[in-house]
Design a protein around this ligand. Structure first.
Ligand code: AMP
Ligand code: MG
Length: 343
């Protein structure tokens, strides 16, 4: 299969590219498109055959449900029942934006694979001009996980999608780099107390200002839970080829680690700019120190870049678990399988 890459920036007349993408989707195909978080791989969410193509293209386990993207907030009532006051407040405050709400699904409307057999569905309205234009032209909901091969870091550029899915999907809408760089916050609002199933761009603090107390299980708590509430949590995620280890963002500790590893390893270091002089074999910047927005925007590109090197071990600096730092550490802990570098 040939994979079309269609530019959809604002400087050229791109209406034909949207028409082409909409035609493909209407005909049961999958299309990759940018959102404000990461690139998504979309299919019409009511079309079971089309949705199955997403799972096939990604190599995604079939028990991992997909997020449904909508172009207008009103559409939410077409797919969900018993919308709570908490859910309404969240939509009002954070849509369009990087917040997925897990709600009660109306039966027999969405393709069964979208919800992976659950009675709930995760829905969001993305805040990206290309995603919104695509959805509003299509006038149908799009089921869309991240547009990467399952297990790999999510794509933040069209070229990342191309690397993973060329020849497997028919079309990529190229809208440049995505802004936030980590996936949406997933908030379950079906329970008496809302629970963050996955941290993201909308932080616990931001949510609590609008809806009061919110639960956020830690990485360790999620690991020991036998039936994960977000089925995706049990799978390996965001992993480059070489093993990743978390390390403190401390010059002495990093220097000693590199010196120690150098004899048997090619070492890649993912760290803020202030560590770029460290003597690693490969260095990838995570932006200015203490700037969580720069770090989240750079993270997946840096993890993916490691696969283009001969690195045999990857050290990634930890950051504080506040604000967007919570989402960054969640992805890094998964990329590292919870492992910290031990001398
Ligand atoms: P991805 O599509 O790769 O961004 O992953 C979507 C995440 O949302 C996964 O961790 C899913 O398990 C989670 N998710 C999607 N729908 C639901 C749902 N109905 N209930 C719980 N978690 C969900
Ligand atoms: Mg994903």
């Amino acid at each position: 299969m040939h994979t079309l890459q269609l530019a959809v920036d604002d400087f050229v007349d791109n209406s034909e590219n949207y028409t082409q993408a909409v035609d493909l989707l209407d005909n049961g195909e999958v299309v990759a498109f940018p959102t404000e978080t990461v690139y998504g791989l979309g299919a019409v969410a009511t079309d079971e055959q089309a949705v199955k193509k997403i799972f096939a293209a990604k190599g995604r386990p079939s028990d991992n449900p997909l997020i449904v993207h909508i172009g207008t907030a009103e559409e939410v009532s077409l797919y969900t029942a018993n919308i709570s006051e908490v859910a309404k407040k969240c939509m009002e405050a954070f849509w369009p934006g990087p917040l997925t709400l897990v709600m009660h699904a109306k039966p027999n409307i969405l393709a069964p694979s979208v919800t992976a057999g659950l009675q709930t569905v995760g829905i969001r309205m993305p805040d990206h001009p290309v995603a919104l234009k695509l959805l509003q032209t299509l006038k149908k909901p799009l089921a869309a996980p991240s547009a990467n091969r399952s297990g790999k870091p999510s794509p933040t550029k069209a070229s990342h999608v191309f690397e993973d899915l060329q020849g497997i999907i028919p079309c990529i809408l190229d809208g440049g780099r995505t802004g936030i760089g980590v996936e949406s916050t997933v908030l379950d609002v079906t329970l008496s107390e809302p629970v963050i199933l996955r941290p993201g761009g909308v932080t616990k603090e931001m949510l609590e200002e609008v809806i009061g107390p919110v639960l956020e299980p830690s990485f360790e708590q999620q690991k020991i839970e036998s039936t994960p509430k977000a089925p995706g949590m049990k799978y390996t995620h965001y992993a480059p080829d070489a093993p990743v280890y978390l390390i403190d963002a401390d010059e002495g500790i990093i220097e000693a680690a590199i010196a120690n590893l150098k004899s048997g390893h090619k070492v890649a270091l993912l760290a803020p700019e202030c560590f770029k002089e460290m003597k690693a074999d490969y260095y990838f910047s995570l932006g200015e120190a203490h700037d969580a927005e720069q770090m989240s925007a750079a993270l997946y590109d840096a993890l993916r870049a490691c696969d283009k090197t001969a690195a045999t071990i990857i050290l990634a600096t930890a950051t504080s678990k506040t604000g967007v730092g919570t989402a960054i550490m969640n992805r890094l802990e998964k990329a590292a399988g919870g492992n910290w570098y031990q001398p």
